[in-house]
Ligand binder design. Structure first.
Ligand code: C5J
Length: 222
């Protein structure tokens, strides 16, 4: 069983019962001109996570391990969009409105899709989620349990929102979560730091924090 350097203590990866869960690496969040930038965010803060994710995903696939992707977004008729989510932020442009990459966070629109660098391979499930957590209103838990998955390596964006929410949901469902710090991103450096601290605090209250490069070494070694 490969052991990976981590905080608060080492993580024993069991590759056969582990899944790589890549959260919301979507064009609307990461590309200039998307929803994230429209809200006034600096997307370059997130783009640093692309290359570490690309390397980790390539190594994960090469080892024949199980990977899944999520996308935050809604049905075209917005029937799965909570009114509170639509109006929160009091932005002039809301989810479902036309944006530079199609209707904002609507499934099937260009901005909703996953960035080309991390595009899902055939056979890798894509979980479309209407909320921040990947377990809420999705079949993620059923898919993981069906595959005998017990550990999750959780990457993606943003660290303090969808990654943190998903890690907390997973923890309550009995999954051990390892979060590689170089493979998650936030628009806000202080939230990146605190988002990771919150996961590994109090003896790993929600999980472990380490580096993607250490995961790559571990799966290559064993
Ligand atoms: C946000 C996400 N931040 N994927 N979504 O709205 O973290």
């Amino acid at each position: 069983m490969p052991t990976i350097r981590a905080e608060p203590y080492e993580f024993n990866l069991e590759p056969k019962s582990a899944a790589l869960l890549i959260i919301d690496m979507q064009r609307d969040f990461l590309e200039p001109g998307g929803f994230g930038e429209m809200l006034g965010n600096d997307v370059s803060q997130l783009r640093g996570a692309i290359e570490p994710n690309r390397r980790l995903l390539a190594a994960w696939r090469a080892a024949g391990l199980f990977a899944l992707h999520t996308r935050e977004g809604h049905r075209a008729d917005l029937s799965d969009l909570q009114p509170a989510k639509k109006i929160r932020g009091r932005s002039k442009t809301a989810i479902g409105d036309p944006g530079p990459m199609g209707r904002i966070l609507v499934r099937g629109e260009a901005g909703h899709d996953i960035i080309p660098e991390l595009y899902p391979a055939p056979g890798e499930p894509v979980i479309d989620k209407p909320g921040k957590g990947a377990f809420y209103a999705t079949d993620l838990e059923a898919i993981l349990k069906h595959r005998g998955i017990k550990q999750l390596v959780v990457t993606g964006v943003t660290t303090e929102v969808c990654v943190n929410t998903t890690v907390r949901e997973a923890n309550d469902r009995g999954f051990d979560c390892f979060v590689p710090a170089d493979c998650v991103g936030s628009y806000f450096p202080e939230f990146q730091e605190m988002g990771l601290k919150m996961i590994k605090a109090q003896g790993g209250i929600f999980g472990w924090v380490g580096q993607g490069s250490d995961v790559i070494e571990a799966i290559k070694a064993g």
